[in-house]
Design a protein around this ligand. Structure first.
Ligand code: FAD
Ligand code: SF4
Length: 486
């Protein structure tokens, strides 16, 4: 759009960057009291949403009207004027704006448009991120020379699977950290006064939530941390909660950075010689590959996908999990991950996938409830980001639409990739007895329960053969069925 737009633009709290509002004279933001209390959101997530909207309103007082109302519907009805909006990040919000007569336009939040994705998807029933990622690299001319990948390979992941170093911290420079201001203080006071059903601890704001902050966080990441991003991407250290990760999911998901500006900046950092190819490629794959892929598939696969439950897992989430109470958890890996969620509303990818997701899979937690838990408990959690990550990747509840095998692992993997096991009450090598590692024993118990279903999967053959060789399977079965201590 080139001419100034006269119809007011309704922006949601995850649409706060200039690629949304440039060219619009009048912007409306709504703080809905009902939306804040509808679910048990993490306290720091609520803080980020309010802080982001209020900062934008303060930066552009002549252009932004911040409406405080009970519900979005009430606010829009009271405004009683034509509004335009960009496609929001959930099917429920899209339906609401449609119902209220708001004109909805395609979102500028992602690199690839929905039409192009639909054309790429064709009549595929199974989706492999790697294929999509090659398409994206070529489509947006990122790390390619002609039609060939720079360095000769599309994916350098084999260089990015190092176990953690034998020290407490990775030893990379600190991420950019925000300084809170008066707006944050007011947000904190308002949230305290609202008595919301929030979970998690309040704490200093840890994530960029204005455009200027997002640019600063990006700059520091590219300069100081991207060179170290690759090798230990899959490793976990108890004392180093950020490792070399970018902490950019919050500013990205709040629309403060455009994914292509992030991707091109990472490519430039590599081309200028400051960043190894494996690190730049690994990071670009996350943003241009995974992130775009999960957004597109959220819409492409629709709401039915979110109800899939291929392993018929129906266990409700235990309260110590959903209420973020890790105090009684003995498993060091699980306790550390839950503490991270409680204290920051954020843990890094491997903790989400291989600790939290793996535990939930082994214990048969209901995938839809788990999906919801990830949305509400993480500061970067939004409905569009979750189904592929939770229903598909971590729970394999979709029967293999996204991944070729479940992300299931025992204590041996966690012992190799984390520093947790040495100080843990459990023993990763034991599968029976008081000190049997719940991940090791849980691995075999899960395979035993689902052997029928996974037997035909080529990538599970060795695991199933291993199961048949166990001489204490009956004991494992009973022990894990009755397990109460994690
Ligand atoms: C079970 C599960 C739940 C997850 N929940 C979320 C979530 O609520 N919000 C979220 O943004 N990501 C989620 N992810 C993906 C990923 O774990 C986070 O994006 C990442 O940990 C955020 O930290 P970071 O910004 O430091 O990421 P980095 O490791 O620095 O990666 C860079 C960026 O790549 C993007 N990215 C990487 N992997 C993914 C992915 N699988 N899906 C989407 N984007 C990706 C993110 O925007 C991230 O900021 C989830 C993954 C799993 C397995
Ligand atoms: S021994 Fe098992 S429960 Fe303990 S940290 Fe290692 S993998 Fe986790």
């Amino acid at each position: 759009m080139t001419a100034q737009e006269k119809t007011a633009l309704l922006l949601f709290g995850d649409q706060l960057g200039p690629h949304f509002y440039t060219g619009h004279d009048e912007i409306v933001l709504i703080e809905s009291a009902t939306a804040l209390r509808r679910k048990p959101y993490h306290r720091q997530k609520l803080h980020l949403v309010l802080s982001g909207m209020r900062h934008l309103a303060a930066e552009m007082p002549d252009r932004v009207t911040l409406v405080r109302a009970n519900t979005y519907r009430e606010a829009i009805r009271e405004l009683n004027r034509p509004l335009v909006a960009y496609q929001p990040g959930s099917a429920a919000a899209l339906k609401m704006v449609h119902d209220l007569g708001v004109e909805v336009r395609p979102t500028p939040a992602f690199a690839l448009g929905r039409d192009e994705f639909t054309a790429w998807a064709g009549n595929r029933e199974r989706f492999r991120m790697e294929d999509f990622y090659h398409f994206q690299r070529t489509r947006f001319d990122v790390l390619v020379d002609g039609s060939e990948p720079v360095g000769g390979r599309w994916n350098l992941d084999t260089e990015n699977r190092e176990p953690p170093p034998r020290r407490a911290r990775l030893g990379v420079p600190e991420p950019w950290w925000p300084d809170e201001d008066d707006i944050d203080a007011q947000v904190r006071a308002d949230l305290d006064a609202m008595d919301l059903p929030a979970v998690g601890r309040d704490g200093p704001r840890r994530f960029a939530i204005t455009r200027a902050e997002a640019l600063a966080a990006l700059e520091v990441f590219l300069r100081d941390r991207l060179p170290h991003f690759g090798p230990h991407e899959d490793a976990v250290l108890t004392e180093d909660w950020t490792m070399a990760h970018s902490l950019l999911s919050v500013p990205l998901n709040h629309g403060l950075l455009h994914p292509l500006e992030v991707v091109y900046a990472a490519e430039d950092a590599h081309r200028s010689g400051d960043v190894p190819l494996a690190s730049a490629e690994g990071f670009i794959r996350q943003v241009l590959g995974w992130r775009e892929y999960v957004w597109q598939l959220y819409w492409h696969l629709g709401e039915e996908y979110q109800q899939r439950n291929g392993f018929q897992a129906t266990e409700p989430l235990p309260e110590w999990w959903s209420e973020l109470r890790p105090g009684g958890v003995r498993a060091a890996c699980l306790r550390t991950a839950l503490q991270g969620v409680r204290d920051h509303g954020w843990v890094h990818h491997i903790q989400r996938l291989m600790v939290l997701g793996n535990h939930a899979l082994q214990r048969g937690y209901d995938p839809a409830a788990l999906n919801e838990w990830f949305i509400t408990s993480f500061v970067d959690g939004f409905p569009w980001v979750m189904p592929v990550n939770v229903i598909g990747m971590s729970q394999h509840a979709d029967g293999g639409v996204i991944a070729t095998k479940p992300y299931l692992s025992g204590g041996a993997y966690l012992n190799r990739m984390t520093d947790h096991c040495g100080g843990c009450w459990f023993d990763p090598k034991r599968r029976t007895g008081e000190r049997a590692c719940p991940f090791t024993a849980g691995y075999w118990a899960w395979l035993d329960r689902h052997e029928e279903r996974v037997r035909g999967n080529r990538r599970m053959v060795r695991a199933v053969q291993g199961l048949r060789r166990l001489n204490d399977l009956d004991d494992v079965r009973v022990q894990e069925r009755e397990r109460e201590i994690f």
